[in-house]
Design a protein around this ligand. Structure first.
Ligand SMILES: Nc1nc2c(ncn2[C@@H]2O[C@H](COP(=O)(O)OP(=O)(O)O)[C@@H](O)[C@H]2O)c(=O)[nH]1
Ligand SMILES: [Mg+2]
Length: 424
């Protein structure tokens, strides 16, 4: 899971914020537990399957109730003890001989039969019984963890934490409610909440995790839109490189004719990716560049044409006019184009990304999203809100400035990285 590790590292800020928050919530009013109480766990019925003895031995046990009685007394007496107690003297225990089909009592010599590691078990951390007997019988005792009973107060704290992780109010409330459903009054640990949270986030994200669809009709025209600085040019460079590596022929059109620097930046990316970049003079009409670019892509038998656009126009009307002109002109070449309109969003803008989707959906026929700068931001939760609110496909995520820092969107990995589940 190299990618997962990398994602976790990159999403460190988001996940550490959520993790710290969850720890604080559970510790606030939580108590230390050392696994389930043994009395709840072990009964004459459950003892035998837990020991995984054969059915014949079970029968033998039934025929020797005194032996079982002694054994159960030994087990059930233990949780009564205020602290986990290690035996200080030799004691008797049940010996099950599968081969001979016999059950007998055996004396355990503390010095000879009990491994030193068991006697040195760190029970002082525990408030309840660590269950020496259970460890001896290999009934795995859980390590001591802090648990907190889920109540209204805890639910409210959870909601606040999720809202503060940029998940958006509606999504945060729904996610918290789903986690709490059927669990009121139950004791939850941070790890359990992380797992539940991660599951819930995965459930929301799964339907939108879709790579950029590739069509048989070529050249496939991909228009890339978004506000200035969101990462459009960088994302085009990364996409071009990945498609090239995957064996596709790609052409880029440097449609941000506003600044000469933007064109140069795209040329550098084109060189890196080994992809031709079509440019026009600074200040020239991006729509006519797009028109020429389709002709060039056709002549080159290119599979994909990626068109960059400017995000920084004086006002929304300007931007709308420019984008609609580009689309109008493209359609003269191919009525089905653009086949995809990618909206690039900057994760560090947090909740503002939601407004950007609203705006760009009105300006252009947005078909999918790419979220950049998920590395090093504590606002990674906004992607959950986006998925929940708009349901637009998330094609990829940007996790750095380098050419290979564009990853396919994997909801499970993302949810785990965001919540810090499965990593410490
Ligand atoms: N850390 C990080 N920086 C990014 C990412 N994507 C883009 N950037 C940086 O964001 C800045 C703006 O990117 P650019 O592609 O020029 O944005 P544009 O104005 O939308 O074309 C540049 O400095 C990029 O290197 C990303 O995923 N992670
Ligand atoms: Mg740009």
């Amino acid at each position: 899971m190299a990618f997962f590790k990398k994602l976790k590292e990159k999403l460190f800020k988001s996940s550490s914020k959520l993790e710290e928050g969850l720890d604080a919530i559970v510790e606030d009013g939580g108590e230390l537990y050392d696994g389930e109480k043994l009395t709840d766990q072990v009964s004459p019925k459950t003892l035998v399957p837990k020991l995984a003895v054969s059915e014949i031995v079970m029968e033998t046990l039934e025929k020797a109730p005194e032996a079982v009685e002694i054994e159960l007394n030994a087990i059930q007496a233990e949780p009564e003890a205020p602290k986990a107690e290690l035996p200080t003297a030799d004691f008797q225990t049940l010996k099950i001989d599968d081969e001979q089909k016999q059950v007998s009592l055996e004396t355990v010599d503390l010095k000879k039969d009990v491994p030193a590691s068991m006697l040195e078990a760190p029970v002082e951390k525990s408030t309840g019984s660590a269950g020496f007997f259970s460890r001896l019988m290999r009934l795995e005792a859980e390590p001591a963890v802090v648990r907190r009973v889920l109540d209204d107060n805890m639910l409210e704290q959870l909601e606040e934490l999720l809202i503060s992780s940029d998940m958006g109010v509606d999504t945060a409330l729904r996610v918290a409610a789903n986690i709490a459903e059927g669990r009121f009054g139950k004791k939850l640990s941070t790890d359990e909440i992380k797992t539940l949270l991660s599951r819930e986030i995965t459930r929301i994200m799964e339907p939108v995790a879709r790579p950029l669809p590739l069509y048989s009709q070529t050249p496939q025209v991909v228009l890339v839109v978004g506000v200035n600085g969101s990462g459009k040019t960088t994302t085009i460079g990364k996409l071009a490189s990945q498609f090239k590596v995957a064996g596709k022929s790609v052409v880029i059109a440097a449609g941000d004719t506003f600044r000469a620097a933007a064109v140069e930046q795209l040329q550098i990316w084109g060189d890196r990716a080994g992809v031709p970049v079509l440019t026009a003079a600074e200040g020239s009409d991006p729509a006519s560049l797009a028109f020429d670019a389709i002709e060039k892509a056709r002549a080159d038998h290119a599979d994909l044409l990626l068109i960059d656009t400017a995000g920084r126009l004086q006002n929304r009307t300007d931007l709308m006019e420019e984008l609609s002109k580009i689309v109008r002109v493209i359609k003269k070449q191919d009525p089905d184009a653009p086949h995809n309109t990618l909206l690039v969003l900057d994760a560090t803008t947090g909740q503002n990304a939601l407004n950007q989707v609203d705006t760009f959906k009105k300006l252009a026929d947005v078909s999918g999203l790419v979220m950049t700068k998920l590395d090093g931001t504590a606002k990674g939760g906004v992607l959950v809100a986006l998925a929940d609110k708009f349901g637009l496909p998330i094609h990829a995520i940007g996790v750095g400035e380098q050419i290979d820092d564009l990853s396919p969107f994997d909801p499970e990995d993302y949810a785990k990285a965001l919540t810090g589940q499965g990593v410490s």
